[in-house]
Design a protein around this ligand. Structure first.
Ligand code: 16G
Length: 168
């Protein structure tokens, strides 16, 4: 089948070569008008977020240096943000005052399936975490996504993978 053959033999996508008409870059303030929040609503509830609220949060993240790395994929043909993921760097005392990476809010517009964009955005921020000297990178995900994340090098740590929460 054609799409399988393409995946197998074409050059793998990378942040530098994400595919025709696509661009990988950090989130910008103007992305409020480029469908960033609409994209996130494919992941979970976003709520009514005004431009003012968005910019305030964006600035608050920028004010924490070396902590929030929100990466997006833009479709340059229509200027829309069609993929996103966030790397959060958590400072620790443990492991010699090391840092841990957290992979958050990964989403690819569902009309752009089959272009390896999930893989692209995750490998991009995973490499970034490694480059920033994180001793590990973690994520939580739905059961059905475990096989997918496994293909990208993530694994369930036996005895230490109970995702627990308290909601407020
Ligand atoms: C998933 C996401 C997490 C996101 C959460 C939202 C990844 C790897 N995991 O767990 O980052 O914040 O969903 O769900 O993207 P919630 O609205 O139930 O908190």
């Amino acid at each position: 089948d054609f799409s399988k053959a393409r995946t197998k033999f074409s050059t793998p996508v990378s942040a530098a070569r994400p595919g025709e008409g696509l661009r990988v870059r950090p989130l910008r303030r103007a992305d409020y008008h480029r469908g960033f929040l609409q994209l996130l609503s494919q992941l979970t509830s976003v709520g009514d977020v005004s431009e003012e609220q968005f910019l305030k949060r964006f600035d608050a993240m920028q004010a924490c240096p070396n902590t929030y790395y929100v990466t997006v994929i833009e479709d340059t043909t229509n200027g829309q943000v069609i993929g996103a993921s966030t790397l959060v760097i958590e400072q620790k005392f443990i492991h010699g005052c090391n840092v841990r990476g957290r992979l958050e809010d990964v989403v690819v517009n569902n009309t752009y399936r089959g272009k390896q964009l999930g893989k692209l955005i995750i490998t991009t921020v995973t490499l970034l975490a490694e480059a920033l000297n994180c001793y590990k990178m973690t994520l939580d995900c739905k059961d059905r996504l475990v096989p997918f994340y496994s293909t990208l090098g993530y694994s369930i740590e036996k005895g230490n993978s109970n995702y627990m929460q308290i909601r407020f």
